[in-house]
Design a binder for this molecule. Structure first.
Ligand SMILES: [Zn+2]
Ligand SMILES: [Zn+2]
Length: 413
């Protein structure tokens, strides 16, 4: 088996990141900053600019003026994300980032400027000073997929980047579809988890998780850990297989009742089966108290969620689910990757295999509800802070495998 470095990875969904045109100009970001017609700026703002592979620089840029329907947010919390790490290592992302471009996509903050669609109408009643979170994408609302409640698959999904900055311009479509008010007591750093959590909400709903199920989560990165929190909240019995002491401890704190350290990742399926089902020849079930399954075929998880994004883990997931169970291939693999699956197993075990991608406006709202209900808290996922000016070093250390879960970027120093 190939070396199993996958479970230590900052796994993350392959969200395609792209930039607000006003901020990027597709490789020409400085050209987009036109004369200041609607706001008199005397100062420039700091922003992290991705210039290419392993190359981020912090620069002072002139903020662009607002177009009709846009709002400006003073960013109060921005979080690192595995997708950004992938982009940093690769220097671009297939669907979008053409450096140089502003970087980062998980943020919350305060509205600092509004420009209405029509001068006489206030823009959707947004007010300066309102505390908000904005998603990193906005669907069109008109295409086949949007009309069938599959906005995550929108043919014209627009993306927003620029969280690692003092402020960001939110395009009109985002203001209309995916800008949400926060409760006064919701901390910004918690609210900034809305976007990744929305992906997980989508995954939980697609997998039809319900109370009492035995659920295995492959991967203990931020996304795997969010799955633990939501599955536990639903009343599932959760096992987590991953690497990194700190992450596995967090999985336990979040309520996982079985933690499997996969070590070097060799013989993954065997390791997990032994840890969960076989201890000295006895069979142990996940549910409280030991119990013997009626037959060997009863072994296996009701649901397996692959939150790693490597073909080996996809293949392992299918071998660990029980007859009639469900596998969610949540982790996007590198482009061009393929997997080999046992057709007999899939057919005769009547497996349900699915893959969740991204999120819908409904999932974004549900995610914020979970955050505001305290089900998902930054204290469990954000394990470090870093000033904006040190972002380049931070990403270098992430690329070297620092195994941090998520880092809060302090954009105002
Ligand atoms: Zn993210
Ligand atoms: Zn659409």
């Amino acid at each position: 088996m190939r070396s199993f470095d996958l479970l230590l990875q900052f796994y993350y969904k392959p969200l395609t990141l792209t930039l607000s045109p006003a901020w990027t100009g597709r490789g020409n970001y400085s050209n987009s900053f036109e004369p200041r017609r609607f706001r008199s700026y005397t100062t420039r703002v700091k922003a992290a600019i991705l210039h290419g592979k392993l190359n981020i620089r912090i620069e002072d840029i002139a903020p662009p003026p607002l177009k009709p329907g846009e709002v400006r947010i003073r960013i109060e919390a921005a979080l690192t994300c595995g997708t950004d790490l992938k982009v940093f290592k690769r220097g671009y992302h297939a669907k979008m980032i053409v450096p140089p471009a502003v970087f980062g996509h998980e943020l919350a903050g305060t509205i600092s400027e509004i420009r209405s669609q029509k001068p006489e109408v206030r823009s959707q009643n947004w007010e300066n000073g309102e505390r908000v979170v904005v998603a990193n994408s906005a669907p069109c609302g008109d295409c086949f997929f949007c009309k069938n409640n599959r906005e995550n698959l929108c043919d014209d999904l627009q993306f927003l980047n620029g969280a690692y900055a003092e402020e960001i311009v939110v395009p009109a479509r985002f203001v209309q579809k995916n800008l949400l008010r926060l409760k006064p007591e919701t901390p910004f750093r918690d609210a900034a988890l809305t976007e990744p959590l929305a992906c997980v909400v989508q995954g939980v709903e697609d997998s039809k998780l319900r109370a009492g199920q035995n659920v295995l989560i492959l991967g203990a990165g931020p996304i795997g850990l969010m799955f633990v929190a939501l599955a536990k909240n639903l009343g599932c019995h959760v096992a987590v297989a991953g690497r990194g002491e700190k992450r596995l401890q967090m999985a336990q704190r979040l309520g996982a009742i079985e933690i499997i350290n996969v070590g070097d990742g060799e013989n993954l399926v065997e390791k997990i089966r032994t840890a969960v089902f076989g201890v000295r020849g006895h069979v142990r079930a996940l549910k409280s108290g030991d119990m013997s399954p009626q037959s060997k075929s009863a072994l296996g998880f009701d649901v397996v969620i692959e939150a790693v994004g490597k073909p080996e883990a996809w293949e392992a997931a299918v071998q660990l689910v029980r007859k009639g169970g469900t596998v969610n291939f949540f982790g996007g693999c590198p482009s061009g990757a393929s997997v080999s699956l046992d057709t007999q197993l899939i057919h005769y075990s009547n497996l349900t295999l699915l893959a969740s991608f991204h999120h819908t406006p409904r999932a974004i709202r549900r995610a914020l509800e979970f955050i505001e209900a305290g089900v998902v808290r930054a204290a469990d996922f954000v394990d470090g802070e870093c000033p904006l000016t040190r972002l380049p070093e931070l990403f270098k250390s992430m690329a070297e495998g620092n195994r941090a879960i998520k880092t809060l970027i302090k954009v105002h120093e």
